[in-house]
Design a protein. Structure first.
Length: 161
């Protein structure tokens, strides 16, 4: 009986310690960005902001809203978009100075005089080293509603992307 009581007590303590190790809650991290999306003879230049939501160690879901101008040869229209993109991080613990991620999702774009249009998006990101102020530069290339290129500043922890 005494051995059973010790085993029970040890398992309760071990479960408590294991739960405490995993209790670091993932934090939602802010991001600001500037993007260019080239669609046929138009280029949309947009400034945006949003959040990166961790889903485990290797996955981030970004929710971004952006607005700007659609530029064509003799036209200029207001435009905007909302992106929801999940990325797989190849270096989530910042073991290298620069980390690569790839992912996909959806984007809903709108332009003056035109309704909302959904697009499927595929992206590749390169995220740089964290500055002393807590943010990292990131660069993104992708396809979705045109060819996409962007630059971002992402805030985050020193030990994770």
């Amino acid at each position: 009986m005494r051995a059973f009581a010790w085993a029970l007590a040890a398992s309760v303590v071990a479960a408590h310690v294991a739960r405490a190790q995993g209790s670091v809650e993932p934090r939602v991290e802010p991001e600001v960005r500037v993007d260019a999306v080239a669609i046929q003879s138009r280029v949309a230049l947009q400034l945006g902001g949003g959040v990166q939501i961790p889903l485990g160690y290797y996955t981030r879901v970004g929710v971004i809203a952006a607005a700007g101008a659609d530029l064509a040869r003799f036209e200029q229209d207001a435009s905007g978009r909302v992106d929801v993109i999940a990325r797989f991080l190849f270096d989530p613990f910042r073991q290298s100075r620069w980390g690569v991620s790839a992912g996909g999702g959806v984007s809903v774009r709108g332009r003056t005089g035109e309704g909302l249009r959904p697009f499927i998006v595929a992206v590749v990101d390169v995220e740089g080293p964290r500055s002393s102020r807590g943010f990292s530069p990131a660069f993104q290339l992708g396809l979705g509603g045109g060819v996409r290129a962007g630059a971002a500043l992402r805030w985050g922890r020193a030990t994770a992307r």
